[in-house]
Ligand binder design. Structure first.
Ligand code: ATP
Ligand code: MG
Length: 191
């Protein structure tokens, strides 16, 4: 059996509605995401842990600039965990979400311009993204290119039973517009 990684409360960096996000205890560049025990959607979120491996896949080099990177799966004391590259700010802290930036009034014209670049990518990509809310977008420092970029860190794939957006570009486009509208409405409310 593979060695189990032990995660403690001290390693906890963030949490969403469904997942805990831990610092990887053996590698400062990585995170481990596990499903929060006891949530109503526990079993479907557990399936997502495996499904994301397939769905969170860039189709080309540009996609990989705008998406979080999954390195693989590990066994942890908190259940199966996704090993993910930690998006960081220039100082090496965990990257801020678009939600945090808006709340802290930090969306200046440069960041808004970068948000436009990100949204242009979102509109054109073939990667299916089902949930583009402001906490699923982070402002990340790219040390290789010496620039910040907004990136999506959650919400990959089509959750409908028949995965309609895989069959039809029209449905995919309609879903994208819905996602985009919702995100921009939330962002306006936060500002
Ligand atoms: N790759 C990453 N790099 C930096 N921070 C991240 C990364 N992935 C997640 N986070 C942080 O952890 C938080 C929760 O992660 P994530 O969105 O994956 O959890 P979730 O529970 O599935 O979310 P939701 O509430 O949308 O269901 C994010 O809002 C973000 O602050
Ligand atoms: Mg999320």
């Amino acid at each position: 059996m593979k060695q189990q990684i032990v995660l403690t409360d001290d390693d906890l960096l963030a949490r969403g509605n469904d997942r805990y996000v831990f610092q990887h205890p053996h590698d400062s560049r990585l995170l481990i995401k596990t499903v929060i025990p006891g949530i109503a959607k526990f079993n479907s979120k557990l399936r997502e842990v495996y499904r994301d491996l397939k769905e969170c896949k860039p189709r080309n080099e540009t996609d990989s600039l705008f998406m979080q990177k999954i390195e693989g799966l590990v066994e942890t004391n908190k259940g199966p965990g996704q090993v993910i590259v930690k998006e960081q700010d220039e100082q090496g802290g965990i990257a801020k979400t678009l939600y945090q930036l808006a709340q802290d009034n930090e969306l200046d014209s440069l960041k808004l311009q970068k948000l436009n670049v990100f949204l242009a990518w979102f509109v054109g990509t073939d990667v299916i993204i089902n949930s583009l809310h402001c906490k699923n977008i982070v402002y990340a420092w790219d040390s290789a290119r010496h620039e910040y970029r907004f990136k999506v860190i959650d919400g990959f794939g089509d959750k409908t039973f028949f995965q309609l957006s895989k069959l039809s570009t029209a449905i995919r486009d309609k879903n994208k517009i819905k996602c985009l509208r919702r995100m921009l409405r939330d962002l306006n409310r936060l500002q």
